[in-house]
Design a binder for this molecule. Structure first.
Ligand SMILES: Cc1ncc(C[n+]2csc(CCOP(=O)(O)OP(=O)(O)O)c2C)c(N)n1
Ligand SMILES: [Mg+2]
Length: 373
């Protein structure tokens, strides 16, 4: 007889931080770790937005309010698994091993930026934790992730691919072709649909008349919904779906219900299109506060310990910011490198003309010099 799968529970921690009966046991150290990862995301958000407002970096997409959704789900992945980011999962990359200094270098697009300034800032990537560079073109990572998951299956690799995207992405071509192929191929992937209420100025209810989860059934992909402000429910649900995918049961769609507290990005003013009362109502459901209440009641966190942890995280982040602020910009030569094994003559000629102009305006640095022709 096939064992009956444990049903996915929508919520494990209620709004007051009280744990439901029969919730899976998680060791205290792990509970605490999850909190620190969530808090780091909140602290990074705050600091990055300030840097953007001060004109030090160009662009920031905030995760405020979505920390549990991201950290809870990503915490169920193994290091060998892959995370295909939608728009906002840099904090999950940090949890999976992206060094803080590298994260910040990517925000500055400086000489330590592993993407060599070829991506817009905030478009993070980290090879070491199987976190491919994300694209601003909504939904394109979905078929990429499905293809990679299918390839892993064909090669007999024990990998699961977690593919993240937002409610807005469910209207993209990539979503429909990706889910369709994943269903047909029984690809080992979990689709994490973070429904944060908005796709820039379009509310979730403006994307689809039906429930988000119904979009999975169309492609034979079982869907489940979870309270995205409850880190323990997110983790438990994702764990089950990841285990199932790894066991060859095929893909699943997890709809994570949460709310984007800040603007879509540092270029957005959400007061133009949504009600302050809606934001206030969601602020009362803050995922960090809810989890903190639970941890304090359980004795995993001391009463004022959260503030001390926050202070330590900010010190760590500030030190990394100062180091990256002092790093020189990426060498101009990298503009023409890495496409050809050797930079061809026509590009060298173009580059030399360009660097002569940059030198005239005082924008060239040491190491930017012209190629010998
Ligand atoms: C193909 C495409 N269409 C439109 C855009 C403009 N755009 C950038 S982000 C975004 C909304 C994304 O919303 P959602 O998928 O819900 O993610 P969220 O920002 O809420 O995390 C849109 C429409 C784009 N980048 N790519
Ligand atoms: Mg959204």
């Amino acid at each position: 007889m096939t064992p009956v799968a444990t049903p996915i529970r929508r919520q494990l921690l209620d709004e007051h931080g009280k744990l439901a009966a029969g919730a899976p046991e998680v060791p205290a150290a792990r509970l605490r770790e999850l909190y620190v990862h969530m808090l780091r995301v909140r602290c990074m958000d705050e600091r990055m937005l300030k840097l953007q407002r001060a004109g030090r970096i160009g662009f920031v997409g905030s995760m405020k309010g979505q920390e549990a959704a991201m950290i809870g789900t990503a915490a169920a992945l193994e290091p060998r698994d892959w995370l295909w980011s939608g728009l906002r999962e840099g904090g999950a990359a940090l949890m999976r091993g992206l060094p803080l200094s590298e994260y910040i270098a990517q925000m500055y697009c400086n000489s330590n930026d592993t993407a060599k300034g070829r991506q817009m800032c905030n478009h993070l990537q980290h090879k070491g934790s199987n976190y491919p560079s994300w694209s601003s073109v909504i939904g394109t990572q979905i078929p990429h992730g499905v293809g990679a998951a299918f390839a892993a299956k064909q090669r007999g690799l024990d990998e699961v691919h977690a593919i993240y995207f937002g409610d807005g992405a469910t209207s993209s071509n990539g979503f429909h072709s990706g889910l369709n192929l994943a269903g047909v191929w029984k690809a080992p992937c979990v689709f994490v649909l973070t429904d944060n209420g908005w796709a820039i100025s379009v509310p979730s209810c403006g994307q689809s008349a039906g429930a988000m989860a119904e979009k999975g059934s169309a492609y034979g992909v079982p869907a489940h919904e979870v309270d995205g402000n409850d880190v323990l429910a997110c983790r438990a649900a994702m764990q089950q779906l990841v285990d199932d995918a790894r066991a060859g049961k095929g893909p699943a769609l997890l709809v994570v219900k949460t709310y984007r507290i800040a603007g879509h990005s540092s270029s957005d003013d959400p007061s133009k299109y949504r009600d302050a009362a809606e934001v206030e109502a969601w602020q009362k459901r803050d995922p960090l506060e809810r989890y903190e209440r639970f941890l304090v009641a359980r004795g995993v966190l001391g009463k004022d310990e959260a503030r001390e942890l926050e202070r330590q995280l900010l010190v760590e982040i500030d030190a990394a910011i100062h180091a990256q602020e002092a790093a020189p910009p990426m060498a101009l030569k990298t503009l023409v490198e890495d496409v050809y094994a050797e930079v061809p003559r026509h590009l060298r000629v173009q580059y030399n003309r360009f660097v002569a102009t940059a030198e005239r305006f005082g924008h060239a640095q040491k190491g930017d010099g012209a190629f010998p022709l």
